[in-house]
Design a protein around this ligand. Structure first.
Ligand SMILES: [Zn+2]
Ligand SMILES: [Zn+2]
Length: 204
């Protein structure tokens, strides 16, 4: 398994591409779909799925263009965030116009049971959004934390569907992971669970 990373869009979302057995799973293609697709194609990978940490516009903006370029590409997302995907409020033009409802939306809980060739644990982490999840890849000691946990900070809870007590419960789930776990947040620098446990003021 290999992970490729790109920073995409005006909100500088960390888009990860998980590569295994010649296939690619694209996490949070928030924008710059052509750049993501070109990288996948240049590596000779078969794109096999889009994995969303949550439904905010800055994390989903590239979905329609990726599905146009790779027909049949399914989108894995928690059902709790499906209503916001094509919601007229979920936008920030001109960079992020509202999108049509993506095709082939699949419940993220079916991801582990799909033919995915690496171990992935979907950790439900509501609080930033109702259907937020983190992806834990235990064999890589990697956590893709979306906008739940950042280096030195946590996700905002003042947007529609956000809730601070719920987020705090979600963060306590993440702290059950080992200190050595690398954390790639939805925005900003990579960190580790151990570093955040010791120094993140929101986790004290
Ligand atoms: Zn967000
Ligand atoms: Zn975000």
């Amino acid at each position: 398994m290999e992970k490729l990373s790109l920073e995409v869009g005006a909100y500088e979302v960390n888009c990860s591409i998980i590569c295994a057995e010649g296939r690619a799973w694209i996490v949070d293609p928030g924008a710059d779909a052509d750049r993501i697709a070109d990288l996948v194609s240049a590596k000779g990978l078969l794109p096999s799925g889009i994995m969303l940490t949550h439904g905010h516009f800055d994390h989903i903006g590239g979905v329609p263009a990726l599905q146009a370029r790779f027909p049949g590409l399914p989108v894995y997302v928690h059902p709790g965030d499906v209503p916001m995907l094509a919601h007229p409020m979920n936008q920030n033009p001109p960079d992020y116009p509202p999108i049509d409802m993506p095709s082939d939306i699949r419940d993220v809980h079916t991801l582990a049971g799909s033919d995915i060739p690496f171990k992935v644990e979907v950790i439900e982490t509501p609080g930033h959004t109702p259907g937020g999840v983190c992806y834990h890849l235990p064999d890589a000691q990697l956590l893709l934390s979306g906008d739940t946990l950042f280096a030195g900070s946590v996700g905002r809870t003042d947007l529609p569907g956000g809730d601070m007590p719920t987020l705090m419960k979600s963060l306590s789930k993440l702290l059950a992971l080992s200190d050595a776990t690398t954390v790639v947040p939805g925005h900003g620098p990579t960190t580790t669970i151990g570093t955040e446990r010791r120094s993140n003021p929101f986790l004290a």
